[in-house]
Each structure stands twice: as C-alpha cells, then as structure tokens.
Design a protein around this ligand. Structure first.
Ligand code: PGA
Length: 251
C-alpha cells in the first residue's frame, strides 16, 4: 500500500503574517493519515514554531544545490535543509527548469545529493501546451523521467509529480483519462527501468490547478497517490478541503 501524500508549494509567496496559515494547516494535519508537506519559502522556516517542525505536518524546500558546500552565492544545499529540520525537497519544478535552465542532468545530481542528505525528493515532470497539442506528451514524459532519475533509485525517498506546464496556475486541468494515462506511463517506465517492486512502491502525484472541486475525482484514479498544490495551498481555507478529499479517498 502506497501512503497518500499531499504537498503544498508556496513558491515565492508568504510573509511573517502568513505563519498563521501554516499553524492552521498543521493543526488540521494532526488527525490525518495522509502524509502532508508544506514547502514555504525558506525565509519563513526559521519563524515556524519548533513544535511544528517534525510534527504531523512535514516541511520541505522548493530547491537545493547539487553540491553540498562551497562557493555558490545565493544557493542552499541539501545538507542545510536537513540541518534546519526539513524532510522534503521539490526538484525540477517547471518554473525552475524554465527560469533557471535546470536540465535533466543537473536535476539528476540534485536528486542524488538530496537522497544522500536524507531528503525525500518530489521530482516534477510535465509537458508544455505545445508538446501536448502536438500529441508528443508520452515521448516527452518518457524522456524526462528516464533522463532525470538516477541509475539507481531510493524508492522510499522518491515521489514523482506529473505537472503539465499548461495546467499550472491556469485553472485548466487535463481530463481524468489523460491524467490516468500519463500516471500509468510513468509507473510503467519505473517498472521497465527499476523493476516491479519499485514501480509498485513509488508514489506518483498530480499537480496543476488542483482545487477542492476537482481534487476528489483526480485522487480517485487508481494510479494517483496524491497531489502537489500551488495556489490553493496558500491558505488553510483552500488547502484543508483538498487534504480532506484525499483523506476521504482513504476510507
Ligand atoms: P497550481 O501550481 O496548483 O497553482 O497550479 C501547482 C504547482 O506549480 O506545483
């Protein structure tokens, strides 16, 4: 049985005043069976009450460097993230792939260093609108998954997020059939490259305009193990109903 997982990606949002949202989400998480992770900007982490760190709500980062230490101005290492109590890191988000030229090769190094530092990686893959329009989603996803993941994987520290770029922050969501098809493809690729046990264990989650209205149907799909939520994770009022959709799905 794969444990359901829901991660909130705050991106470059969140000031001290928003800490209350994190506290509310943490309070709600206490009674949940789902693994719930929030990835606020790193500036907020030191202000989060210590009782939350290591509690039912786990905290993650949105990126890390591929080296552990050194002359990399402005960067943060996986070791530093573990050092402040973070347990997860999002890697390969399309915004970072596009705005920071993160290649599959760089991401592979980041994943390895994150695992060495005991972080669970939420590795994002997803096609652009043009790729989708041209009917090239499958080959694109195959290429990204194969080239981004290391030769040997740590199954219990790997979560793959399927996030079509055209669905991020747009209110557009692929059909349930399309989500299912791509999740099946990713699981099939894990089977081919790493074996059946890995394929049955790796969690594959959906991201892109998830909200309280569409979450339930998406989480009901057999190969969807949870979600990665951007905009709707910013307030407890919009995030908690999505957590509830996943929890209902467990019953
Ligand atoms: P969204 O973002 O939920 O705002 O579409 C998802 C993401 O980018 O992870």
């Amino acid at each position: 049985m794969r444990r359901k997982i829901l991660a909130g990606n705050w991106k470059m949002n969140g000031l001290t005043i928003d800490l209350q949202e994190i506290i509310e989400i943490s309070n709600f998480s206490k009674d949940c069976n789902t693994e719930i992770i929030l990835c606020p900007p790193i500036t907020l982490v030191s202000k989060i009450p210590s009782s939350i760190i290591g509690s039912s709500l786990q905290l993650g980062a949105q990126n890390c460097h591929f080296n552990e230490v050194g002359a990399h101005t402005g960067e943060i290492s996986a070791k530093m993230l573990t050092d402040i109590g973070l347990t997860h890191v999002i890697l390969g988000h399309s915004e970072r792939r596009n705005e920071h030229s993160e290649t599959n090769k760089i991401l592979k190094k980041k994943i390895k260093i994150a695992w060495e530092n005991n972080l669970t990686t939420i590795v994002c893959v997803g096609e652009s609108a043009e790729t989708s329009r041209n009917g090239l989603t499958d080959s694109f996803i195959q290429d990204q998954v194969t080239k981004t993941l290391p030769e040997q994987i740590q199954v219990n520290k790997l979560v793959i997020a399927y996030e079509p770029i055209w669905a991020i922050g747009t209110g557009e969501v692929p059909s349930l059939k399309q989500i299912s098809k791509t999740h099946n493809l990713i699981r099939k690729l894990i089977n081919i490259n790493y074996g059946l046990l890995a394929a049955n264990s790796v969690r594959i989650i959906y991201g892109g305009s998830l909200n309280h209205e569409n979450a339930k149907d998406i989480f009901n799909l057999p190969n969807v193990d949870g979600g990665l939520v951007g905009g709707a994770s910013l307030t407890h009022k919009s995030f908690i109903p999505i957590i509830s959709s996943l929890e209902t799905n467990l019953k």
